[in-house]
Ligand binder design. Structure first.
Ligand code: PYC
Length: 309
């Protein structure tokens, strides 16, 4: 029987399951190398940890790994593959390390496949992270949706690739979640079919629809690559949005921007300039809600998860 110790948390409603013990040895030094090996040789761990029947499609996983260039290494993954970075997951990871007694309030660094991310556990239990540089790749990209007309938005990077639109004709409200899911899924399909990409042909795998908020500066609906919507305001999506606002002159350096998720949780973000680079900081709060040992029983036909259609 294989055993994996996982710590569960949620950040503004979005779950993160951190694997802290039980993974096989991953010899490559960099997180990019470790991610490639995980993908090629050990993908069954991803489906065992966050797939059904143990977990759910919405969960994001994180392998906590040793790093030579930061305090910890991390590779994030979801129901369909691996992420370059994950903002809510980073906040969840900081809370997980605090729960394990491995960090005190103060700074901590992570090596991710997207680059080094600095984070901080605050005295009040909240956490923030200074992300990899964010940028807008294309402004006002028009996408034709056939009989539904066109949608215009920005293509931007915040550790993952986003198509971000605030003029989409939909109310960003949890009561409209089915319509938002169907619409964003269509936008995602058209983007893929038309070959619209980020820089260096990177797939745009997150769709971000922004609307009005009564408690923050804006409200976010974000569709993730596996078809689930982010319950949090999305840390990498917030980073990409901050870069677009900054480029449009709607946000100045150091100004706090508050963004509400589709379920009402809030992140705060701001931009710092470093030369020509835009460095976003995003702050939120996670709660640890599980400390579990997963058992992989060789007799269990679904020990490694239920294969996705
Ligand atoms: O918070 O960056 C994020 C994120 C990406 C996918 C789900 N959450």
């Amino acid at each position: 029987m294989e055993r994996l110790r996982v710590i569960d948390s949620h950040t503004g409603g979005e779950p993160t399951r951190v694997v802290v013990e039980g993974l096989p040895d991953l010899p490559p030094k960099s997180m990019l190398g470790k991610r490639e090996l995980l993908q090629r040789q050990y993908d069954r761990y991803r489906t065992a940890v966050i797939g059904e029947p143990r977990s759910s499609e919405v969960a994001v996983g994180a392998y906590l790994l040793p790093s030579e260039s930061a305090d910890y290494g991390v590779v994030f993954f979801n129901n369909v593959g691996y992420l370059g970075m994950c903002g809510h997951g980073t906040i969840g990871l900081v809370s997980t390390l605090a729960y394990l007694g491995r960090i005190e309030p103060g700074p901590v660094t992570f090596e991710t496949p997207a680059g080094i991310v600095g984070a901080r556990l605050h005295e009040d239990g909240s956490a923030s992270f200074e992300n990899v540089p964010a940028y807008r790749y294309r402004k006002d990209q028009r996408i034709e949706l056939g009989s539904l007309g066109d949608i215009v938005g920005d293509i931007a990077y915040g550790g993952n690739w986003f198509f971000i639109s605030s003029v989409h004709g939909h109310e960003v409200d949890i009561a409209r979640i089915d319509a938002l899911d169907i619409f964003a899924s269509l936008v995602q399909d058209v983007i893929r079919i038309k070959g619209i990409t980020g820089a260096n042909d990177a797939p745009i795998d997150h769709i971000e629809l922004t609307g009005k908020s009564e408690i923050a500066d804006a409200k976010n609906y974000v569709r993730c690559p596996g078809g689930e919507y982010d319950r949090s305001p999305c840390g990498t999506g917030t980073s990409a949005k901050l870069a677009c606002l900054f480029e449009d002159g709607k946000l100045v350096e150091g100004q706090t921007y508050r963004i509400e998720s589709i379920i009402g949780s809030v992140f705060e973000g701001s931009i710092r300039k470093q030369g020509d680079l835009l460095i976003p900081t995003v702050k939120g709060r996670a709660y640890v809600n599980g400390d579990t040992t997963l058992l992989i029983d060789p007799d269990d036909p679904f020990a490694w998860g239920i294969p996705r259609a």
